[in-house]
Ligand binder design. Sequence first.
Ligand SMILES: [Zn+2]
Length: 390
Amino acid sequence: MSSINYISKIINLKGFCVKKVNDYKNCRKIYGQMELKEHKCPCCGHMTSKVHDYRTQEIKDISAFGYEIYIVIRKRRYVCTHCNKRFTEKIPFLSKYQRMTKRLIYLIIEKLKDVSSYTHTAKEMNVSVSTVIRIFDNVNYTKPELPEVIGIDEFKGNTGGEKYQCIITDIKNKKVIDILPVRYENYLVDYFKPCERKNTKYFVSDMWVPYANIAKTYFKKAVYITDKYHFVRQVTWAFEAVRKEEQKRFIKEKRKLFKRSRSLLLKRYSELNEESRQAVAAMLNASEKLYSAYILKEDFYDIMKSKNKEEAEKEISVWIMAAENSGLDRFIKCAGTMRKWIDSITNAFDCSYTNGFTEGSNNKIKVLKRNAYGFRNFRRFRNRILHIFA
Ligand SMILES: [Zn+2]
C-alpha cells in the first residue's frame, strides 16, 4: 500500500481524497479534496457537478503520529447550470464556521468531562485556551425533570459574586441534576414552583430553613428527610464545644490527661481498647460536665441504630429531655434544634436515603474548582459541573 493510501485509511475522513502529505517540524499537513460528486442546488434543487472555482482551507484535526495534524482541503464551489447559483460543496466532517474537524470538537468536549482545567485540555489537544472555552460555551444543559428522590445541598463555589451555590441531585440514580446560583428561598421558589413535582416522593436536605420551607410548601406529598450526617453533626459539635471549654479550664498538670482527647472522646466507647478506655475514664473523672456530655453523645449514637421512625421518635424524645436537663448550654441548644426538626429527622429512619452522594459530588466540584483556580462565570461553571456528572 502506498503511503498516501495508508494515510487516507488512517485519517479516515469520509469522502476526502489525500493527494499529498508534507511533514514540518511539529506538524503534518495532509493535502487533498473531496470526491467530485453531484450536488443539489440550494436555490432551485437542480443537480449539478459543474465546478466554478476552488478555495483552499486549512482545518485542524486531532493530533496523531506525534504531530499536530492539518487537513488542507481544496474546497470546490459549484455552479448551478439551471439558475447560476454558486455554492460551496458539502464537507461532512467539518462544522459550519469552524476551522476544526467535528471529531476534534467532540474530543475536546469529551475531555472536559474530567475535572481538569481548560488550560490543561488546551495543551493536551494542541489548541488555545480560548478555543476550548468557545467550544465548551456551546454546550448547554437545560433544566431537568425532578427525580423521585431529590437531594439538595450547598457548596462554596464563589461564583457569580455569590459565596454559596446550590446543588440538586437524584439520590436514587446518583446523578447531579442541576446547580443553582444561590440558595435563597425566593430563588428556590421561582425554581421549583413551575416544575412538575408530583413524581417526587422524597426530599432530602440539611437543616437550612429555606430547604425545609420549600419541601413543606411545594412537596407536600413527599417525605421530607433531614440528612443523618447533618443532625448527628449537631451532637458532635455540641460535644466538641463542651470538651474545648472544659479543657481550657484545667491547670497544666491535668492537661496532660487530655492527650489525644479529641479522637479518643469522639470514638465510640465500644470501639476503644482497654488502654484507651482507661484514658477516657481519667478524662471524664476530671470534669462532671464532660462526663454528662459524653453520656449524651454516646446515647445519641446508640439512637442512630433505631430501626424505624416510631422507635427513633421515642428514643430521641427521651434524649431531648435528658439534654434539656443536663445543665449544658450547648446541649440545651442542640435539644431545641432536635425538637424543632424531629419529624424530618425521624423520617430518616424509615428509609436509607441520605445526602452522601450529594456531599461526594461537592468534593469533586472542589477539585474542579481548585484545578481551574475558580470560576467567575456561573453559567459556564454550572454547565461544566453538569457535563462532568452527565
Ligand atoms: Zn439552481
